[in-house]
Write a protein that binds this ligand. Structure first.
Ligand SMILES: *Cc1c(COP(=O)(O)O)cnc(C)c1O
Length: 359
């Protein structure tokens, strides 16, 4: 077996321990003589899995009791529509802070269902900063404020939680479970699974219970958070395999010592990589220092004619998926929870050798 160091932005690396458990479990899960994909989601084994997954994610994130934990399908993108459909009536106002491509997409989607106002927009500097909170042009009557704590493409992360009285709705797809958070500061948190949770196909949504009641009359059943809350996310057949892997990942994170321990490693990984970039005249990262992402680290080479050589040689060295997003160019190393410190150390070594050989 040969595993590479995988810096994919998503779907992203999974812990090897989890993959090995899946391989072991696959043909005969829990003595059923069947795989987890071949049994009813209403079987006692699967219902127990679902309960354990919820209990573990509640423990990992210290989710207060007055919040529901939901596991719908549709990814983060569907939640961009479900937020306005569950929190606004037609014509209501919702505020959007746009610090990257995902926030922009969320605002565009919400605009179909409510009066979605962009109250801060960092596109003027190619999404390399977070506009000062005091400059946000917030509405008096907003039903909620939506923002993207970590913008995956440009690598911009909030290292603070915005203030104010309206419920915060946060797309945490690429930062969830990377560190402890104070869930009580949020109205709604949502995250597609394929970065820090598990395979694509399942979504984590955490909603404060009072907000479940705001749903628009006539909303489609599968677009209604309350329907998931009332059915333990078994509204219809759930993505059982993805849920099973998410359960293994939650257990793996607990075994690592929980999110405090995970955060310590993540911070160290990010700090090392940014230091290597900043200390070189050959690599650079355009993001303002106080809002650099722990999870997605874009960097450009001084000479973009060397990009293809960098990708070719890094691949040959077992470092994959480093090509940057087309809107930013250069490289991007996504260093989610399952990307170990050894991967980051190996990348830094490779970068330094590449610079010596080609700069
Ligand atoms: C990956 C990503 C998405 C898209 O997630 P899907 O599950 O594919 O819909 C949305 N927002 C952010 C911040 C992301 O990183």
């Amino acid at each position: 077996m040969s595993r590479v160091f995988n810096f994919s932005a998503g779907p992203a690396a999974l812990p090897l321990e989890v993959l090995e458990t899946i391989r072991e479990d696959l043909p005969d899960w829990q003595g059923t003589g069947m795989s987890v994909m071949e049994i009813s989601h209403r079987s006692k084994q699967f219902v127990a899995l679902a309960a354990r997954a919820e209990a573990n994610v509640r423990e990992l994130l210290s989710i207060p009791d007055d919040y529901s934990v939901l596991f719908p399908q549709g990814g983060a993108t569907l939640q961009m529509a479900m937020a306005p459909l569950n929190l606004t009536a037609p014509g209501d106002t919702a505020d959007y802070v746009v610090t990257g491509s995902w926030g922009k997409k969320a605002a565009g989607e919400a605009g179909k269902f409510c009066d979605a106002r962009v109250v801060a927009d960092a596109s003027d500097e190619k999404f390399t900063y977070i506009p000062d909170e005091s400059s946000w042009n917030r509405s008096d009557d907003a039903a909620y404020l939506h923002y993207t704590p970590n913008e995956t493409i440009a690598g911009v992360e909030f290292h603070f939680v915005p203030g104010g009285d309206v419920p915060l709705v946060a797309d945490m797809s690429s930062t969830i479970l990377s560190r402890p958070i104070d869930v009580s500061r949020f109205g709604v948190i949502y995250a597609g699974a394929q970065k820090n949770i598990g395979p694509a196909g399942i979504t984590l949504v955490i909603v404060r219970n009072d907000l479940l009641e705001r749903v628009r009359p006539g909303n489609a059943h599968l677009m209604t958070w309350k329907a998931y809350a009332e059915s333990d996310s078994m509204t219809n057949t759930p993505p059982t395999f993805a849920w099973y892997v998410a359960d293994l990942v939650f257990r793996y994170l607990k075994d690592r010592g929980g999110l405090g321990a995970v955060a310590e490693v993540n911070e160290r990984k990010a700090r090392k990589l940014y230091a290597a970039i900043d200390n070189s005249a050959f690599y650079s990262n355009p993001v303002r220092e106080d809002c650099r992402s722990w999870m997605n680290v874009p960097f450009i080479l001084a000479d973009d004619a060397l990009d293809s050589k960098f990708l070719e040689e890094s691949n040959a060295a077992g470092l994959t998926n480093l090509k940057g997003h087309r809107s930013v160019g250069g490289m991007r190393a996504s260093i989610y929870n399952a990307v170990g410190e050894d991967a980051v150390d190996t990348l830094i070594d490779f970068m330094s050798h590449f610079e010596m050989n080609h700069a």
